[in-house]
Write a protein that binds this ligand. Structure first.
Ligand code: F6R
Ligand code: MG
Ligand code: MG
Length: 365
């Protein structure tokens, strides 16, 4: 059975500030998707949140980039924005950059990760969702999952994974893409994905079978809007078990609270803290950045689950480390490298301040 899994998300209003999603907004989204399921457009769905981001997880048979599915997501975000406006939630409708739907949500503000595949006898899926960070946050975890034998022992000792994986990398500034084969091209791959604000892993494929293994959202809000409107807060889908890395290999990279951009005003680096859905409530200095993870088994497209994968106690150390790193970084206040480098600050609110002071600069001798 060919199934498409679509994860489409948007920040359509925060409660309180940018720290959480309001239950009434989630309830409205649930109502809309239940109707679409009743009408047969969706096979199944799950509505959730990561911090102030509303997440629509949907299975269907309309393929990727389906106008019907994107229209459903867009309409749901618009309806939820009405709820957010009524409650006067903060930044109601902030990620909806257009007044009109144009056939796809791509380029209109929401983030999208989609993949179509033939459902296996047991189809294990892990969905990652992040808040207060940008789309490149998945680069290091995806590299570790699919190319690093110190993370994924299956690459070494499982015959169905030994041939490696192909990485599709997008240059989001030049709108170009390139593919790299791991393991033999990992040095070339790392030249690019080690710079995650520009180069992002869009998808990963199994080398031998060509099957899709992972797909991420690479939409960068600031590049779409031409100004700072909020962070991308990306999502990523990973297939697991069998010819793909095991659940434990997929989750393992998040034991490192890696430094990502997007904390406070989208202008600071901070540690990515793995948390249960209920703990995706970034409040300290509007953070630190969070990542959540839901696991499902698919059965004829039905989403059996979710299991909240980071609710596990074995991530307590990572959370403690993230808090310690947060303490350390915060002591740098407005200084780099806590604050983003100048080039990245161009995409935040800084240019307005810089413009105001332009005339006060005088030439050095
Ligand atoms: C970070 C984030 C917040 C806001 C900050 C100011 O990604 O969302 O740190 O940037 O709370 O928010 P506004 O400008 O909406 O008052
Ligand atoms: Mg927000
Ligand atoms: Mg957010």
């Amino acid at each position: 059975m060919t199934i498409t899994l679509s994860v489409i998300k948007a920040d359509i209003g925060g409660y309180v500030g940018h720290s959480e999603s309001h239950p009434d907004v989630l309830a409205k989204a649930d109502e809309n998707l239940a109707k679409a399921k009743g009408e047969g457009l969706l096979i199944d769905y799950h509505v959730t949140k990561c911090g102030d981001d509303l997440q629509l997880i949907m299975t269907h048979q309309q393929a990727e980039d389906s106008e019907k599915i994107h229209k459903l997501a867009w309409g749901t975000f618009v309806d939820c924005t009405q709820v957010a406006k009524k409650l006067k939630l903060h930044g109601a409708g902030q990620d909806l950059l257009s007044d009109a739907f144009t056939g796809t949500v791509k380029g209109l503000g929401p983030g999208v990760a989609e993949m179509e595949f033939e459902e296996r006898a047991a189809e294990t899926i892990i969905i990652f969702m992040a808040d207060k960070t940008s789309a490149g946050a998945w680069n290091m975890p995806l590299y570790k999952i699919f190319a690093d034998p110190f993370n994924t022992i299956g690459l070494v000792i499982a015959s169905n994974m030994h041939s490696g994986f192909t990485f599709e990398v997008h240059d989001v500034k030049e709108h170009k893409k390139i593919t790299f084969n791991a393991p033999e091209e990992i040095y070339d791959l790392l030249v690019f994905i080690g710079a995650p604000s520009r180069y992002m892993v869009k998808a990963v494929y199994h080398r031998e079978t060509g099957e899709i293994a992972a797909a991420s959202s690479t939409q960068r809000l600031s590049l779409m809007a031409g100004r700072y409107v909020g962070k991308d807060d990306p999502v990523c889908i990973v297939r697991s078990q069998g010819q793909f890395p095991a659940v434990g290999e997929v989750l393992e990279p998040f034991t490192l609270p890696l430094l990502v951009e997007g904390w406070m005003r989208g202008s600071h680096h901070g540690p990515l803290m793995p948390v249960a859905i209920v703990d995706s409530t970034p409040t300290r200095f509007d953070g630190p950045p969070r990542v959540t993870s839901l696991g499902f088994q698919l059965s004829g497209g039905k989403l059996v689950g979710p299991r909240d994968m980071f609710a596990d106690k074995s991530f307590d150390n990572a959370r403690q480390q993230a808090s310690d790193i947060a303490d350390f970084l915060r002591r740098h206040g407005p200084f780099e490298p806590h604050r983003l480098p100048l080039e990245e600050m161009e995409y935040t609110t800084m240019p307005q301040v810089a413009r105001k002071l332009e005339g006060r600069f005088i030439d050095l001798d």
